[in-house]
Design a protein around this ligand. Structure first.
Ligand code: ADP
Ligand code: MG
Length: 225
């Protein structure tokens, strides 16, 4: 169902103390709906990564509310939070953080072991299918360190998909890619929103990339403008 709200950020505020108090996020309010393709832009230091860490439940040290698929993350134990995260959110970091000593296929399977819902055989089958969807099944049995930047990025996307998340969040997914690979990533994301009804939230400093998404959220000095 389109238009169903999958993520709500309500009056999110975040400060760092280093050592003086710096307000990094100020009264952030927005919703994301099913199948939406949204980008967050803003100059360096405007709070994009900090916001993405909060929205992905990796940082719970903030004031305000975060509701994911109807579940408030307040008052949850670390274990309950991890369950929400593993089940609902796929994350692609700025640097791929693939484990070099594992194959591409194994890297894709890893979040599935954490969720612990499918057998190893089922996970392997699904991981291979995602690599195929992304056009990189040839790389399945290569070690992560043997892959190029663009290849690693696609493996990281497959890994974000393995637990069939509702929302996929990416921090600078095209940061170190050339235009051709950035276009490939853009089109993969578009396909995910259109064919699989995933919600995509992408932090980017690439305005050309952002302009092609369905919605731009601009951060300036910790505020949405
Ligand atoms: P962006 O991703 O938009 O470049 P960040 O969210 O990384 O911005 O950072 C926003 C602001 O918060 C910056 O001024 C940064 O220096 C500060 N900041 C980020 N992380 C920390 C931290 N762990 N401790 C103190 N200050 C931080
Ligand atoms: Mg950042």
């Amino acid at each position: 169902m389109k238009n169903k709200i999958v993520l709500e950020a309500k009056s999110i505020n975040k400060s760092f103390y280093n050592p003086v108090k710096v307000d990094v996020l100020k009264d952030i309010n927005f919703n994301l709906t099913r199948g939406e393709y949204a980008s967050i832009i803003g100059r360096s230091g405007s709070g994009k990564s900090t916001l993405l860490y909060i929205l992905s439940t990796m940082d719970t040290d903030f004031t305000g509310e975060l509701i994911i698929d109807g579940i408030s993350i307040r008052g949850k134990t670390e274990k309950q939070l991890a369950a929400v995260r593993n089940e609902k959110i796929g994350f692609v970091f700025q640097f791929h953080y693939l484990l070099n000593e594992f194959t591409a296929l194994k890297n894709v399977m890893l979040p599935g072991f954490k969720l612990d819902k499918l057998s190893e055989e089922e996970l392997e089958h699904n991981a291979y299918e995602f690599l195929k969807d992304l056009g990189i099944e040839k790389l399945a049995h290569k070690m992560a360190y043997q892959l190029s930047g663009g290849e690693k990025q696609r493996v990281a996307i497959a890994r974000a998909l393995i637990n069939d998340p509702l929302v996929i969040m990416c921090d600078e997914p095209t940061g170190n890619l050339d235009t051709k690979n950035a276009d490939i990533v853009f089109n993969i994301f578009k396909e995910l929103t259109e064919a699989y009804n995933k919600t995509l939230l992408v932090v980017t400093h690439d305005l050309n990339f952002a302009k092609k998404t369905g919605r731009i959220i601009e951060l300036d000095d910790g505020k949405i403008i």
